[in-house]
Design a binder for this molecule. Structure first.
Ligand code: MTE
Length: 406
């Protein structure tokens, strides 16, 4: 079957999974509410929606540290946070494999080498609130804080797939979570994602002297040297550096190797760039994978009053998700984009990883429009404008910030 699966097809295919979920929800494995253990200190986050829970840090907090502390890391969940009982939990690997696997958390840790890598996770809807100024967009009204940069530890997805022995014809790897997301028709279905097999098997250059090449995707059990919190996907999640956050599936319970991308709603229908949203347009659009090159001014805050003279300006820049792309240059303008000066880049140039930057321009008394743009190692320059789309994805136009110096 070559035509893309419709939502109805997908619901039919997933009805067995939904039925299993409905049964499972009555077991102690499930909790419909955000479990108490999930409660990070939300006083450090701006809550965008309580149910499902979506929150982001202030932009000033976001760039306070190169590695984002977990309690200042954005949370983006489409449904209730499942409370997973690790004793009955398992991860299955199936589909186009010779040896299907069922692994407990301990087995994932024991059977596969641990890889630690630093990677940024960014929601495709980051900066939606700016795109929505062109024309309103529904959905979580994210400012520019739906991004974080953490260290992740886990097994290389490639090694898990190797143990399962991939069959010829495999092209995509699907991920399925344990969160029961309510559907419009009253049923529940898990969140899912998928990535091309090529990315699952890829490696990126070593991070640091003496390090081995980093895997292109991992099945992570730790974030910032601690077990994943419930909000961030305990006990296991995928982390796919450079790809939109939606492909880093939390509460991971199933991996399926396939000849096509996942029929899950969040791959087959959502997370696509469309303008009308007709069934035909959605069916024809490709799922989004790579993040675009981006940069943002986090300090001073938009509309801030600053003292005239040298002003501290800081922010982040994200390379595109193209293999091996890194941030090479960040430029700041204080006159709305007519003239530019180089900002100072902090940290190392690592694919899939943001770079914090800072500048100290001289601002005379009066109103100024600060603008930032980034260039990455592929030579790509962040665009001045970015076209509106129905879901508000991938906004990456030059970031502007009006300040009043006095
Ligand atoms: N995985 C599951 N199971 N359910 C979800 O709702 N949200 C996705 C992804 N993985 C999601 C998920 C989206 S859209 C993003 S941006 C990231 O998780 C956010 O990860 P975080 O909450 O750890 O920051």
């Amino acid at each position: 079957m070559n035509r893309p699966l419709s939502r109805r097809d997908w619901l039919r295919i997933s009805s067995a999974a939904a039925a299993a979920l409905a049964t499972a929800r009555t077991s102690p494995l499930w909790s419909q509410d955000r479990p108490a253990a999930a409660a990070v200190d939300t006083s450090k986050l701006l809550v965008r929606s309580e149910n499902p829970f979506n929150a982001e840090p202030t932009l000033a907090d976001l760039v306070a540290e190169e590695v984002t502390p977990t309690d200042r890391f954005f949370i983006r969940s489409h449904g209730p946070t499942p409370k997973v009982d690790v004793k009955s939990y398992s991860l299955t690997v199936e589909g186009l494999v010779n040896k299907p696997l069922t692994l407990s958390l301990d087995e994932v840790k024991a059977k596969f080498a641990a890889h630690t890598l630093t990677a940024s996770l960014t929601c495709a809807g980051n900066r939606r609130v700016e795109m929505a100024r062109i024309k309103p967009i529904s959905g979580v009204q994210w400012d520019a804080g739906a991004i974080g940069n953490a260290t992740w530890t886990g097994a290389a997805l490639a090694q898990i797939l190797e143990a399962a022995e991939i069959q010829p014809g495999a092209k995509h790897v699907w991920f399925e979570g344990l969160d029961p997301i309510p559907e419009k028709d009253g049923s529940v279905a898990p969140f899912g994602g998928s990535i091309p097999l090529e990315r699952a098997l890829a490696t990126t250059p070593p991070q640091g002297a003496g390090a081995k090449p980093a895997p292109g995707a991992i099945v992570a059990y730790a974030m910032n040297d601690a077990p994943l919190t419930a909000d961030h996907g305990y006990p296991l999640r995928t982390v796919v550096p450079g790809f939109i956050g939606a492909r880093s599936v939390k509460w991971l319970a199933k991996i399926v190797v396939s000849d096509r991308s996942s029929p899950n709603h969040y791959v087959a229908e959502a997370y696509k760039v469309v303008t009308e949203g007709t069934a035909d347009e959605v069916a024809r659009a490709e799922p989004i994978y790579e993040m675009p090159l981006n940069s943002v001014i986090c300090l001073p805050a938009a509309g801030a009053k600053v003292t005239a003279g040298r002003v501290q300006v800081a922010g982040y820049a994200l390379p595109s998700g193209k293999p091996r792309a890194t941030v090479r240059r960040v430029e700041l303008s204080t006159d709305g984009g007519k003239t530019w000066q180089d900002a100072k880049l902090r940290g190392e140039a690592v694919p899939g990883c943001w770079r914090l930057w800072e500048a100290e321009p001289m601002l005379a008394a009066g109103k100024h429009t600060l603008v930032v743009r980034a260039t990455d190692s592929t030579g790509a320059v962040q665009p001045r404008e970015f076209p509106w789309n129905l879901k508000g994805y991938l906004y990456s136009a030059w970031h502007r910030c009006e300040v009043q110096a006095g």
